[in-house]
Design a protein around this ligand. Structure first.
Ligand code: CMP
Length: 142
């Protein structure tokens, strides 16, 4: 089993696409281990996307991610990281395969509806950014 961090971004929340995206997540066989509606501050968005700090789109990306509520999820499945990225499609919705989440719900490379961790080390950092171990069922008594 593997876990990954998914975000339903503010563009998809404001467009009332949370339910449709959750349906795709569960339909693809993921178990939702934890889920929360968050309103990130600019500083929290900057911390989350710190690896992109030097990129020209960093300011715009973090302003967008703190512009309204987002839904953060811990998803579990065999091969979850790769599988969630495949379900989302390419980062740029214009290049995403037909039937993927970003093709169907994204409107630009920035407003691309969802985020997913890209590797095991980033998944561990990103899951820890939003969820305590206990929320993920990692306490000994659970
Ligand atoms: P995400 O998977 O959340 O990871 C980083 C985000 O930066 C990415 O999705 C895009 O939304 C955004 N991004 C990546 N490249 C660009 C770009 N060239 N211009 C604007 N935003 C970008």
């Amino acid at each position: 089993m593997e876990r990954t961090l998914a975000i339903i971004k503010p563009d998809a929340v404001v467009a009332r696409q949370v339910g449709a995206i959750l349906q795709r997540i569960e339909g693809a066989g993921f178990t939702v281990r934890a889920m929360r509606l968050v309103r990130l501050s600019q500083v929290e968005a900057e911390g989350f996307y710190a690896v992109h700090r030097e990129r020209p789109f960093f300011g715009s990306l973090t302003a967008f991610m703190s512009s309204g509520p987002a839904v953060v999820l811990a998803l579990e499945a065999p091969d979850a990281i790769r599988k969630w990225r495949a379900l989302m499609g390419a980062t740029d919705p214009g290049k995403a395969d037909v039937g993927t989440i970003r093709c169907d719900f994204g409107t630009s490379i920035e407003h691309n509806a969802t985020h997913g961790s890209d590797a095991q080390d980033t998944a561990a950092f990103e899951l820890g950014y939003f969820f305590a171990g206990g929320e993920l069922g990692e306490d000994a008594e659970r």
